[in-house]
Design a protein around this ligand. Structure first.
Ligand code: BEZ
Length: 249
């Protein structure tokens, strides 16, 4: 004799698994690879022209000789993105101090962006969003840069940040899921670190913040360091030489 309750349970569990498999998709070679873009630090970033909240923009022309931060948003009218775009508007002077242009991207139309901007202004108390939001409704840029991770979601981007140097090379990258809002203070800190390395041949240690001691890059000999770091350094090990931040008094 069989237990009919048990059978119902088995059937309903089977349904659950079928539903789960349908929602998440069975991992396959196609679904586990990204849709495009495989940018690595040091690569020249691809140029593009695309519509934006400020009209058509060409990445290279827009950046000129500046540094650039290109950051993707999963969708318009989503809560975390709304807070992020407001935050960037408030921090715009900090980006400008660092000769850095910011460009947001979301896979919706320019018209949608214009409507959404009104909500951002209202809810985040910012008078304007005075930087472009790329209207990437056809996902041209998202695919070019590999901003869509199909095993996370097929129809929207994850939160990517591309740090672009004045020579158009990728200097750093951050990748976060849609549910995690970015720290734009951390993004400014990374720009400071990158620019310090370029100008002063120092690296920045764990938890470094502006004004803290820096690390002399290991490829610089002590002899060369004497000329570069007149304030001197403290050698904790031959490879671990701490020096005051060079561009501070
Ligand atoms: C957001 O931007 O708030 C968001 C978007 C997609 C998933 C989760 C959060």
């Amino acid at each position: 004799m069989y237990n009919s309750n048990k059978l119902i349970n088995i059937a309903s569990n089977a349904n659950k698994y079928i539903f789960r498999a349908y929602c998440t998709g069975t991992p396959s070679a196609a679904s586990s690879s990204s849709t495009g873009g495989n940018l690595r630090i040091g690569d020249v970033v691809p140029d593009f022209s695309q519509e934006s909240s400020m009209g058509n923009i060409n990445l290279y022309k827009y950046l000129g000789d500046s540094w650039g931060i290109l950051f993707s948003h999963p969708k318009d009218f989503t809560p975390v993105c709304t807070t992020e775009l407001g935050r960037v508007a408030k921090l715009k002077p900090e980006f400008e101090k660092r000769n850095t242009k910011v460009i947001a991207l979301s896979v919706d139309s320019g018209e949608s962006h214009k409507e959404w901007i009104k909500d951002i202004q209202e809810t985040q108390n910012v008078p304007s969003i005075d930087y472009p939001i790329i209207a990437d409704a056809d996902k041209k840029v998202a695919n070019l840069y590999g901003m869509i991770h199909p095993n996370a979601a097929n129809n929207m981007t994850i939160r990517s940040v591309y740090f672009i140097g004045p020579e158009k090379k990728l200097r750093a990258q951050i990748t976060l899921p849609a549910s995690t809002g970015r720290s734009f203070v951390e993004i400014l800190r990374i720009i400071d670190s990158l620019q310090l390395t370029d100008k002063h041949k120092v690296a920045t240690p764990a938890e470094w913040k502006d004004g803290d001691d820096c690390v002399i890059i290991p490829t610089i000999s002590d002899q060369e360091a004497k000329g570069l770091f007149p304030k001197g350094w403290k050698a904790l090990k031959s490879y671990l030489r701490m020096t005051p931040q060079p561009n501070k008094k």
